[in-house]
Design a protein around this ligand. Structure first.
Ligand code: AKB
Length: 315
């Protein structure tokens, strides 16, 4: 039976992922860790520890005490926050990753960490962005993600650590809010549509970005971790996506439920510049071919589920 340690467990991906992993592998098998104190009721059922991932000794000790055989390292600063404090972003994103990889090496753990569409850059082909292509991002988050992909490859080739990763697009979820990302507007729009009937987007109309619904993202992490290693040519990290959409496209999908929903724009130049560097749509063929990646939610199916879940919560 697996023994899994998750960092950044209270974040947007972590809260859903820990709950699903505990359903599959058992409550006690999954140690949730975060720098913040636990607040989500759903995560209170299993083991939890406060952890600063840049503290190498504390990281190793937590994994050893849990007898972890798998580390899922999610703790990181997202794109917009990273741009406002680049030095902190480098220290957290790379320092945390180094602690995590060193622990995985010392304790022979399987390893997962997410990369992002931010790992591409302005010179990367913008549509059907290939799995293997030019990666010269100009954002600190993007720089840390490319460096992270390379570091994970290094630990695989040099030490045989079973490292695996996904280049996530914007992730949309109704459970935990994202924090400090560029694609957060997509999540905010759903909440605002339900509670106010209107939303002012900081990302401009016509800005296409890849997105994915959280249940598909969670299934992708688990499928990749369970994939036959012999079939993996790309480990760090696979392009994955479910849709390429602009703010107006999401609004149109929401209007099928809330016909009067209105969308306005007050563009934030910092986050818009970040989005302009990212692909319009990425190509997930390698993920499909090497480990059977697929998705269950397109834009309208995701919207139907988001709207119904958020409405339930607001009653
Ligand atoms: C962000 O917007 O920073 C993240 C990402 C795409 O990595 N959601």
């Amino acid at each position: 039976m697996k023994r899994i340690m998750v960092t950044g467990a209270l974040g947007q991906i972590g809260s859903d992922l820990v709950a699903t992993l505990r359903q599959i592998y058992g409550e006690e098998a999954v140690l949730a860790t975060d720098i913040r104190q636990i607040q989500h009721e759903t995560l209170q059922s299993g083991p939890f520890r406060i952890l600063d991932v840049t503290d190498h000794h504390a990281f190793h000790e937590a994994a050893q005490a849990h007898r972890a055989d798998t580390i899922i390292h999610l703790a990181a600063l997202l794109s917009a926050k990273a741009e406002s404090n680049p030095a902190l972003a480098w220290n957290l994103n790379m320092g945390g990753l180094l602690s995590a990889l060193e622990t995985a090496r010392a304790l022979s753990c399987q390893f997962f960490t997410p990369s992002s569409i931010a790992a591409f850059g302005a010179d990367t082909p913008k549509s059907a962005t290939p799995q293997d292509t030019l990666q010269r991002p100009h954002t600190m988050y993007g720089v840390s993600k490319v460096s992270g992909e390379l570091l994970c490859d290094y630990y695989y080739h040099k030490y045989g650590v079973d490292t695996r990763g996904l280049r996530f697009p914007g992730l949309i979820s109704h459970s935990a809010p994202p924090g400090g990302g560029t694609t957060d507007y997509a999540v905010e729009m759903f909440g605002a549509a339900i509670h106010k009937g209107s939303y002012i987007s900081y990302i401009n109309q016509g800005t296409y970005l890849d997105m994915m619904y959280m249940p598909d993202a969670i299934r992708a992490v688990i499928a990749l971790m369970e994939a036959d290693p012999a079939k993996l040519k790309h480990r760090n990290a696979f392009n994955v996506t479910a849709m390429s959409v602009d703010p107006e496209g999401i609004a149109a999908s929401i209007r099928r439920h809330i016909p009067n929903f209105s969308l306005g724009y007050e563009v934030d130049p910092v986050r818009q510049a970040i989005a302009n560097e990212w692909p319009d749509s990425i190509d997930a063929t390698a993920a499909r071919e090497e480990w059977g990646f697929d998705v269950q939610y397109d834009l309208n199916h995701m919207t139907d589920d988001m709207v119904s879940k958020l409405m339930e919560k607001s009653q």
